[in-house]
Design a protein around this ligand. Structure first.
Ligand code: GUN
Ligand code: FE
Length: 418
């Protein structure tokens, strides 16, 4: 049996808004699975090797539950446009390059490395519509030590001539992709891009495949007002965007919907009733001038909310920075909106970025026994302090501010990735 024991200042988010902190504590894993977290090392581990990180922080690593791998080369580009123009002008032409599997391998290897270097160990990723490049993406993420989900994107309309499949091709390629997946820790997720990209027949078939193979689903919802109006014109029988997914059966407790900026009370109730996850992507929502998602309301109403970078609508891969963006977004709403919805605290936002997605990985929140040991070791000792800071204060600062190379180690399933 492989035993890993880490010592340091341990910080995790066992529930929304709460941190569990062990100063000079221990975390022990057997074959990658956490067996103990606390202040005193159990006797049975007394003769085991301990990796002592001294006064450094050992915190849960991040889950980025919405990002577009083929948009990685576009980080920071074209963000003066809003969603639909940005898709047509920058995003679709770039995704079309991923027909080239050699290019895909090169980009996806760099992306996987960048994720790990930034302390992201769990992901839910959109690939492009290309099957072979999607398999390469899964392979690179697996090799880098990440866990999570990757979807071959389905789009049989409105993609332009270089980024569109026929309906028949989209279904056939989805099945070929599913039958070719071999990765152990990176699993397939059914990924209709969004309603304007998918014919009704395609949505129907994808729902059937998801049901038959018991697969999760990811897409986009109510990100932008023009998008919402477009969906309404494509589905005149609906009053809400979500119905275009629900009527085909793409709406359940294993569905991740990114953005939900303009989801009103009724759409939110439909999410709550079905157990659909909201993936909040604050950086993207500001970059593409989409708006401010009603995250506090969603949480108060009992929805599952998780966090995503949405690169390259989002312009930062670091989930430290995306967590800070979520807090800032919530403050912006609190300042502007009548009734002043409460802002997100650091510990609340950190929960969304880590523990909130645990069910999707068959785990429980925090550094719980039975979870994989996924962690970041962070060194902040060269930052100047005016007074002695508590571990909590140092953790809160780390969300906003870190020195370059502050991340000293990242663990996934108990394995040190670097
Ligand atoms: N809606 C449909 N496709 C996309 C995409 O690639 N990014 C974002 N932010 N929204 C989308
Ligand atoms: Fe997206």
């Amino acid at each position: 049996m492989n035993i890993v024991i880490l010592k340091g200042n341990i910080v995790s988010a066992p529930s929304f808004g709460n941190l569990e902190i062990y100063e000079n504590g221990y975390i022990a894993a057997e074959d990658g699975i956490i067996k103990y977290v606390g202040s005193d090392l159990p006797k049975k581990y007394k003769n085991c090797e301990i990796t002592d990180y001294k006064d450094q922080l050992i915190m849960q690593s991040f889950a980025d539950m919405h990002l577009h791998a083929p948009q990685y080369p576009n980080l920071g580009i074209g963000l003066e446009l809003s969603l639909l123009d940005w898709l047509n002008t920058y995003t679709f032409p770039t995704e079309a390059y991923f027909k080239d599997t050699g290019f895909a391998r090169e980009v996806y290897r760099k992306l996987a490395e960048d994720l790990v270097q930034n302390g992201t160990t769990r992901v839910s990723v959109f690939s492009s519509l290309h099957t072979d490049s999607t398999l390469i993406l899964m392979d690179e993420l697996e090799k880098a030590g990440l866990r999570g989900f990757v979807g071959k994107v389905n789009m049989d309309r409105n993609g332009g001539k270089d980024l569109e499949e026929t309906t028949e091709e989209s279904i056939r390629e989805t099945l070929r992709w599913l039958d070719s997946c071999t990765t152990e820790n990176i699993k397939p997720i059914i990924t209709p891009r969004f309603t304007p990209s998918c014919s009704n027949e395609l949505l129907k078939e994808l729902s059937k495949i998801a049901r038959e193979r018991d697969l999760p689903i990811q897409s986009h919802l109510s990100e932008n007002i023009s998008e919402q109006e477009w969906v309404k014109s494509l589905h005149p029988d609906t009053t809400h965007y979500y119905e275009s997914y629900k009527k085909y059966g793409l709406w359940n407790e294993k569905t991740l919907m990114a953005h939900c900026v303009y989801s009103d009370k009724e759409e939110r109730k439909a999410m709550k009733d079905a157990g659909v996850y909201v993936v909040h992507c604050p950086s993207s929502n500001i970059n593409l001038s989409s708006g401010f998602a009603p995250i506090r309301e969603m949480i108060d109403e009992g929805l599952n909310v998780v966090l995503g970078s949405d690169i390259a609508g989002g312009s930062i891969i670091s989930m430290f920075a995306n967590t800070a963006e979520a807090i800032k977004c919530s403050k912006e709403r609190s300042i502007r909106i009548e009734g002043k919805p409460k802002m997100l605290s650091v510990s609340e936002a950190f929960y969304l970025a880590t523990s909130a997605s645990s069910t999707l990985f068959n785990e429980t929140p925090g550094f719980s026994k039975g979870n994989s040991l996924d962690a970041i070791v962070l060194d902040d000792q060269n930052l100047i302090n005016a007074k002695h800071l508590s571990v909590r204060e140092r953790f809160e600062r780390a969300i906003y501010r870190r020195e370059e190379n502050a991340i000293k180690a990242v663990y996934s399933k108990g394995r040190k990735l670097f």
